[in-house]
Design a protein around this ligand. Structure first.
Ligand code: DX5
Ligand code: ZN
Length: 222
């Protein structure tokens, strides 16, 4: 895998042809499948659950599946996604009654563990959790929908998280999610991110390989 990871959000894919869509976007150069789980409770939208993740595995998808849980309660969903073949699982600390326990469930399930920070979530949530994290997912929109506009203030936050990660001495990825496109991705990387979710920017174009190669070119220009 390259040092920059591109994770298309399948929220913007054609659900009627999901297996094929995932195969196509991976063949087009994506590294990771970003899997947005919405429950119409923690966020005002409903997407898909663990059976769809398992269906992708059964279909033959072997690439890492990055499960972004926007649900409450969290723990039963973690268990279901561990069984369904997730590779990475993240959740929002506001959605869990016991953040440390939820992280532990992910780790014991053999998946990479991540915490998701909403635009207004303070970084203090990392103080007693960073030692357990494999990645930090910074939301650059309010969660719930694809196709929203990137919140510029996230750039400052990414830089602050990067400083915390460097100080921790741990190998922690910084993933950014929401409103990422070919034009703003280099600035997001320059701020310190190394994993990029893109939904509408990829799936709303006819040629996924073209978008992903433009993204890679723009990242290489740093
Ligand atoms: C928003 C989701 C995102 C979203 C990204 O709640 O977590 O992953 O699908 O979509 P775009 O790239 O269209 O903003
Ligand atoms: Zn997401």
């Amino acid at each position: 895998m390259s040092s920059f990871l591109i994770a298309p959000s399948i929220l913007s894919a054609d659900f009627a042809r999901l297996g094929e869509e995932v195969e196509t976007v991976l063949a087009a150069g994506a590294d990771v499948v970003h899997f947005d789980v919405m429950d119409n409770h923690y966020v005002p939208n409903l997407s898909f659950g663990a059976p769809i993740c398992k269906a992708l595995r059964d279909y033959g998808i072997t690439a890492p599946i990055d499960v972004h849980l926007m649900v409450t309660p969290v723990d039963s969903m973690i268990e279901q996604f561990v069984t369904a073949g997730a590779s990475m699982i993240s959740f929002h600390p506001e959605a869990s009654d016991h953040v440390d326990r939820s992280l532990q469930l992910i780790i014991e399930g053999g998946c990479q563990a991540g915490l998701v920070l909403n635009p207004a979530t303070p970084l203090s949530v990392l103080e007693h959790t960073i030692h357990k994290l494999d990645y930090i997912l910074l939301m650059s929109v309010n969660p719930g929908f694809g196709g929203q506009k990137f919140i510029e203030h996230t750039l400052t936050k990414i830089a602050k998280v990067k400083a915390l990660v460097d100080a921790s001495g741990r190998d922690i990825r910084i993933e950014v999610d929401g409103g990422i496109n070919c034009d703003n991705i280099a600035a997001i990387a320059a701020a310190g991110a190394d994993m990029f979710v893109a939904g509408s920017a990829i799936f709303n174009q006819p040629n996924y390989a073209e978008v992903i190669s433009t993204i890679r070119r723009n990242l290489a220009s740093l």
